[in-house]
Write a protein that binds this ligand. Structure first.
Ligand code: AMP
Ligand code: ZN
Length: 474
């Protein structure tokens, strides 16, 4: 029983895919003209969570994510320069080089944040002919018109345009202060833009002349190509509701005559220190920025999971520090369970009951529109009560093994457990053993020297009541 909030109906609904246990999922990917900022990454982490929760419920997921590497103009209203060209000018490179570089940078960020890879990464520039075909179909259906600078979608002609955002197109027309530039209505949008004699890095021939695709058409073309005319779930940030997703629906439904996506899920924005992120305010962070401040990517992953995806989230470095501590608490707990020695204690009813309650609570929470904050609250309650029983010497090993198994299971969804690091090399192992023997002899100076030697090799040691623990630095 997975319940998801559907922006289309503004209701929480029981999730039911078109094909039994198979889910067709399309998520709007990054515009690759710069590093993704942490707000973008929040969006992709929410989609990663959704995918993992679907799989945890036994669904098979086919996931497509695009790279927008052409056509996304500085303003969402088809105005200003192409963001790719802005990136190219900034770095004195071609738009193609910029795309290549930031696609790789994004893949690195995604990996460090433990996002599961989509089944298909789809690059807009690899799908120009599919986009041209789609624009042709829209034109044949009578929903497109040609202006001096491109081909536009006629939104006023489409009954039900703006249903996702509940826009009233006619009302908009009167009050809007949008540059019209040949458009018949402010909500009309570009399907194809003409180069108009200006040589661009990225341009293609088309039935309407040399040019490039509008921003929205790529997602329609790629979603239909890989997932079919009607898909199960389409995602993105809330800013996509009034323009990008509204226009994807219009184009796709005119071209296919079918409903485009049954469920639309959107994450709320991330603010930084209570404000919109911007370079001029100096509150603009990338994953690299926060890692260079000494935080682990895992702390950021946890931070995003600890706030419900439909709540606005305020990023602060203090909150990130708390998240780092929370990740440590979870991993200390897992380590403690792993180190439990055989014992002949009786089964501990308190642990048994607490585990049973938390298993139910965890499932109920994630299946209630991905309520991870509630799931974490239940987990921390369990950790507190189990720690209390261990401290009192009343925890049976079998009970603790069951708790450990549960933590390993739910890591499929949360993925915040420290990696099982590759074993130490024989040389590293020898150093670690030597340090232990110095500690037993109370030669703490020699033990500290070895700790420093290991640190130089990127191995961090931590002494705990259960013994010494090591991990490789990130
Ligand atoms: P873009 O690279 O601009 O296409 O954005 C990638 C994704 O990040 C989109 O789904 C946006 O809706 C989302 N997004 C942009 N800014 C924020 C933010 N501050 N917080 C959360 N999501 C965002
Ligand atoms: Zn899109």
């Amino acid at each position: 029983m997975l319940i998801l909030y559907n922006t289309l109906t503004r209701k929480k609904q029981l999730f039911k895919p078109i094909h039994d246990r198979h889910v067709m999922l399309y998520t709007c990917g990054p515009t690759v003209y710069d590093h993704a900022h942490i707000g973008n990454l929040r969006s992709f982490l929410f989609e990663d969570l959704l995918k993992r929760v679907l799989k945890f419920n036994g669904f098979k997921v086919k996931h497509v994510m695009n790279f927008t590497d052409v056509g996304h103009l500085v303003s969402d209203q088809d105005e200003g320069e192409d963001k790719m060209e802005v990136g190219a000018q900034r770095e004195h490179k071609t738009a193609w080089e910029i795309a290549e570089f930031y696609i790789n940078a994004f893949k690195e960020d995604a990996k460090r944040l433990r996002m599961q890879e989509p089944d298909i990464w789809a690059r807009a520039t690899d799908h120009i002919s599919e986009m041209i075909d789609l624009v042709r179909r829209i034109e044949e259906e009578g929903y497109a018109y040609v202006t001096d600078d491109g081909v536009y979608f006629n939104t006023l002609r489409l009954k039900g345009y703006g249903k996702l955002a509940r826009l009233k197109a006619k009302g908009l027309k009167a009050g809007a202060r949008v540059e019209m530039k040949g458009k018949r209505s402010p909500t009309d949008f570009a399907l194809w833009k003409l180069s108009l004699g200006r040589k661009r890095d990225m341009e293609w021939d088309s039935p309407w002349g040399m040019g490039f695709p509008g921003w929205h058409i790529e997602c329609s073309a790629m979603a239909i190509k890989y997932l079919g005319q009607t898909i199960d779930i389409h995602c993105g940030g809330v800013d996509h509701i009034p323009v990008h997703h509204t226009n994807e629906i219009a184009q796709s439904e005119v071209a296919t005559g079918k409903k485009f996506s049954n469920y639309w899920l959107h994450n709320e924005f991330m603010l930084v220190d209570g404000r919109k992120m911007s370079k001029s305010l100096g509150n603009y962070y990338t994953l690299r920025d926060i890692v260079s401040k000494g935080f682990s990517p895992l702390a950021f992953r946890y931070l995003c999971l600890s706030v419900h995806y439909r709540s606005q989230m305020n990023f602060t470095l203090d909150a990130l520090r708390d998240a780092e501590n929370a990740v440590k608490t979870v991993n200390d707990f897992i380590f403690r369970l792993e180190q439990t020695k055989e014992n002949n204690l009786a089964r501990n009813k308190k642990i048994e009951n607490a585990l049973k309650t938390v298993k139910e609570e965890f499932m109920k929470s994630i299946n209630n529109d991905l309520d991870t904050p509630n799931a974490f609250a239940a987990l921390f309650k369990l950790m507190r009560s189990v720690n209390k029983e261990i401290d009192a010497g009343k925890a049976d090993k079998k009970n603790l093994e069951a708790v450990l198994e549960f933590f390993r299971d739910i890591n499929e969804v949360l993925d915040i457990a420290e990696e099982k690091q590759a074993d130490l090399t024989p040389e590293e192992k020898k150093l670690l053993d030597l340090r232990e023997s110095f500690r037993r002899q109370k030669d703490f100076k020699a033990a500290d020297d070895i700790r420093n030697q290991l640190k130089e090799k990127g191995i961090i040691l931590e002494d705990s009541p259960e013994g010494v623990r090591w991990r490789r630095a990130h």
